[in-house]
Structures are given as C-alpha cells and as structure tokens.
Design a protein around this ligand. Structure first.
Ligand code: FAD
Length: 283
C-alpha cells in the first residue's frame, strides 16, 4: 500500500436524490450535520434512464448552495453523446469540478447500451470534451465486479479507466479489508498510481444490506452475517454491533495508509456520525 502514503486522506459522503419534498428537507439537515465533519465533498448518485437524473442535478446544486463541494455521479449506459455533453456543460456552467464517472446498470426494460459500453469510454469522452476541468472519480471493486469475466480482466478494465484519465477511485463497499489491501497491491504492480478510497457501508439494517450485497457482489463474512441474523429485529443491537465492526475496519484501513474514506450514508447522518466518533480523524 505504499502508493497511498503520498496522499492526504480525503473524506466524502454519498447521498441519493431524495424522492419526496420531505426527503429533500431532511437531507438538508443531514448535509448540515455531516458538513460539520468538514468532508472534502458530498456525492450524489445517478439513475440510468430514470427520473433520478434531474434529482441528481437538483440535489447537487442544493448541496453546493449550502457551501459544500458537490459531486454528481454520471452513468453512461443507455445514454447518447448529446445527453452526456449537455449534462457536462450544465455542470461546467454551474462550476461543478468533480464527477464520478460510471457505466451504470441497464434499467429493466431498456435494451440499447447507447453510445458508451464501459466506463473507460465515458472517462475518455469527458476528457476529450472538457479537458482538465473535472476531477474524475471512477468505481473500483476489491471483491471484483459481479459481471467480471475474471479477476485479472477486472483489474485490467479498472486500469483502462485510469489510463483514460481518471484521477482517483472509490471502491464498492466491502467487509474484508484484505480484499482491499490485495487489490491496491495489484494496482500498484500495474503502475496504477491514483488514490483508491475505500467505500464504506454502515450497517444499520441487515435485510437491506443482505439484498444490496447479493446484487453488487460484496461479501458479508459469515461471522458478521451470523451475528446480524441472530439479532433478528433488534435494530439497536444490529446498529451497535455494526458501528463497532465498521469503525474497527475503518481505523485499520486508515492505519494501513488508505487515502481516506467514502461513506455510503443512505441519506442518514446518524450511522456515519457514530462511526466517525470512533475514528482518529482530523479534518
Ligand atoms: P465498468 O468500469 O464499465 O465495468 C463494468 C464491467 O465491465 C466490469 O465487469 C468490467 O470488468 C467490465 N469492463 C469494463 N471495461 C471494459 C472494457 N473496456 N471491455 C470489456 N469489459 C469491460 N450505479 C448507478 O446506477 N448510479 C450511481 O450513481 C452509482 N454510483 C456508484 C458509485 C460507486 C463508488 C460504485 C463502486 C458503484 C456505483 N454504481 C452506481 C454502481 C455501478 O454503476 C455498477 O457497479 C455498474 O455495474 C458498473 O459500473 P462501472 O462504472 O464500474 O462499470
């Protein structure tokens, strides 16, 4: 993990666009609370082909209005060059300087891949159209992407995104820190020299976590799964145990030189604040 020693750790929090006016109001409070931790930026997810696309933009501008750096996610599957170009131009006009560039997943019912098949093509397009305007983040998968043909191919495909001009990466969440350390070491061997920030999922709801993890290929280790299953509907115990496990992992990652943390907040402040309190972070 030597490559990471050179980077000052950066902390960020991820939101999804709220679906209701009440959700939007609540998110303002969450931004205020987490803003107190002085993160580098807040990012906002993007849904391919769905109604969350305008929601991403609105949420990003709202965060920016509150005085924080806001970073939209942008996925390219099913999109046209014109659509992507239009979004990029809007973000440039609004002084957005950082973007998470993704392939995304094909929404059910949609069959045409569109102008871009993989995220490396989107990164190349953003660089071609906008030069160095954006700091481009891309996704990384320490436990490998569910559709990867092999671990080696997945690493090579990750490298394509960096070679296309990405500045840094955020990982899919994981609960096996060894998978992350090994991934970073393998990247180093491939001369990938960008920060690879661990994505962190707080544990608050076992059923939801199990469903997400199945979909995105993140493994919940047996000892964690068994404990969480054993708590049943006892949310207090799930959260107490979850905070403890995730905080210990975060501290170990930072001690090993990880270049920051990116927390998947699910639009809630409490779980992230509880983890933060257990860490020796100074921002
Ligand atoms: P890619 O990097 O394109 O990889 C997808 C698959 O294709 C991998 O198996 C890879 O090995 C393979 N591949 C890549 N390039 C090539 C190539 N050139 N030739 C052949 N094979 C290739 N989803 C959303 O819909 N909205 C979001 O806002 C969102 N935010 C995310 C944020 C983070 C930090 C992460 C980790 C994931 C996020 N996702 C989001 C999920 C993501 O869109 C999915 O995991 C998606 O399936 C892959 O996107 P990607 O950008 O990693 O794709």
């Amino acid at each position: 993990m030597d490559i990471h020693k050179q980077y000052t750790p950066q902390y960020s929090f991820e939101f999804y666009p709220p679906k209701t006016p009440e959700g939007a109001e609540k998110l303002k409070g969450v931004v205020r609370q987490l803003g107190g931790l002085k993160p580098r930026y807040f990012s906002v997810t993007f849904g391919a082909g769905g109604s969350t696309q305008s929601g991403t933009m609105e949420t990003v501008f709202e965060i920016q209005k509150s005085g924080y750096e806001a970073c939209p996610h942008l996925s390219c599957i099913g999109s046209t060059r014109e659509n992507i170009e239009q979004l990029l131009n809007t973000y440039i006009d609004r002084d957005i300087k950082r973007i998470v560039a993704l392939r995304g997943d094909m929404p059910s019912g949609m069959h045409e891949a569109g102008a871009f098949r993989h995220a490396n093509e989107l990164v190349a397009y953003i660089r071609e159209q906008t030069g160095d305007h954006f700091h481009i983040e891309v996704a990384a998968y320490p436990e490998f992407h569910p559709q990867a043909t092999s671990a080696q191919d997945d690493l090579q495909n990750f490298k394509r995104k960096i070679d296309a001009g990405a500045n840094s990466a955020i990982t899919q969440y994981f609960f096996n820190p060894d998978a992350y350390y090994r991934f970073v070491d393998e990247c180093e061997k491939l001369d990938i020299d960008v920060p690879i920030v661990p994505g962190i999922m707080p544990i608050t709801n076992y059923k939801q976590l199990a469903r997400f993890s199945d979909m995105c290929g993140a493994e919940i280790p047996r000892w964690i799964r068994k404990r969480l299953e054993g708590y049943g509907d006892d949310l207090v115990s799930i959260r107490t145990f979850g905070t403890d496990v995730v905080s210990s992992m975060c501290q170990a990652l930072l001690d090993q030189g990880a270049p920051g943390l990116h927390l998947y907040t699910m639009n809630q402040a409490q779980a992230s604040l509880a983890i933060w309190e257990n860490l020796s972070i100074k921002t």
